[in-house]
Design a protein around this ligand. Structure first.
Ligand code: SF4
Length: 216
């Protein structure tokens, strides 16, 4: 059965409200609450890909102690940055990307705050750009990572193959008032309960609104 707009809107709200605040904030959620500088949030988001929050957070503390501004990071020697990032996945590419992004921000003379600008930075794809809009600038966007993609499909909100498809579909069906919250709520939920393998449906506060699509 294909969800109707009103069916979806009521379930989005109920499921998200039921899940909100149940789990510890994600790294980006904590940074948003602390109003971390947008440039640092950009760098942290690039570094967070395929890296656990705790590790990314620790590496970022060291990185920002040594390179506190975009100007300092823009002038960094790649090998020094690589050494700091060594503990996180894809550290070579990430070192290149964050130095390149810092240089671009310095050239532009300001931190970009639109999707079209952010997407031009090295290492920035749709998810990172949307995360920066939401978490650094409070602008409505829908960052879709693997957690959001997986959970929206399990809930029965979308039937999509890729995160990008999920993003486009959610843009059409998810009421705008949920855009700033969906990523934080579902990423926290996906790490703790609706895990990729063996989701803990028995502990899930959204269970009654979930179609459990593809869950064995
Ligand atoms: S009921 Fe299960 S599949 Fe549905 S959101 Fe909760 S944990 Fe995920």
């Amino acid at each position: 059965m294909k969800p109707t707009a009103s069916w979806s809107a009521s379930r989005f709200g109920k499921a998200l409200e039921a899940l909100a605040g149940r789990r510890p904030l994600t790294m980006l959620g904590r940074w948003k609450a602390r109003r971390v500088d947008p440039f640092r949030l950009l760098i942290g988001t690039i570094l967070s890909a395929r890296s656990r929050d705790e590790r990314t957070d620790r590496v970022c503390r060291i990185l920002f102690r040594r390179y506190p501004t975009s100007g300092r990071l823009a002038r960094a020697r790649p090998r020094d940055v690589r050494r700091i990032l060594h503990d996180i996945g894809f550290h070579r590419a990430k070192a290149r990307h964050i130095i390149g992004s810092a240089r671009r921000v310095v050239e532009w003379g300001r931190m970009p705050d639109t999707f079209d600008e952010l997407i031009q930075l090295p290492g920035v794809g749709r998810k990172v750009a949307n995360c920066v809009l939401v978490y650094a600038f409070g602008k409505p966007a829908i960052p879709v990572d693997t957690h959001v993609h997986r959970i929206c499909n399990r809930l029965g909100w979308v039937r999509t193959k890729t995160p990008e498809e999920t993003e486009r579909r959610l843009e059409r069906i998810l009421p705008r008032r949920y855009w700033l919250r969906i990523n934080e709520v579902l990423v926290a939920h996906g790490k703790a309960v609706c895990r990729p393998i063996r989701p803990r449906c028995g502990e899930c506060h959204a269970s009654r609104w979930c179609r459990k699509v593809g869950v064995g």
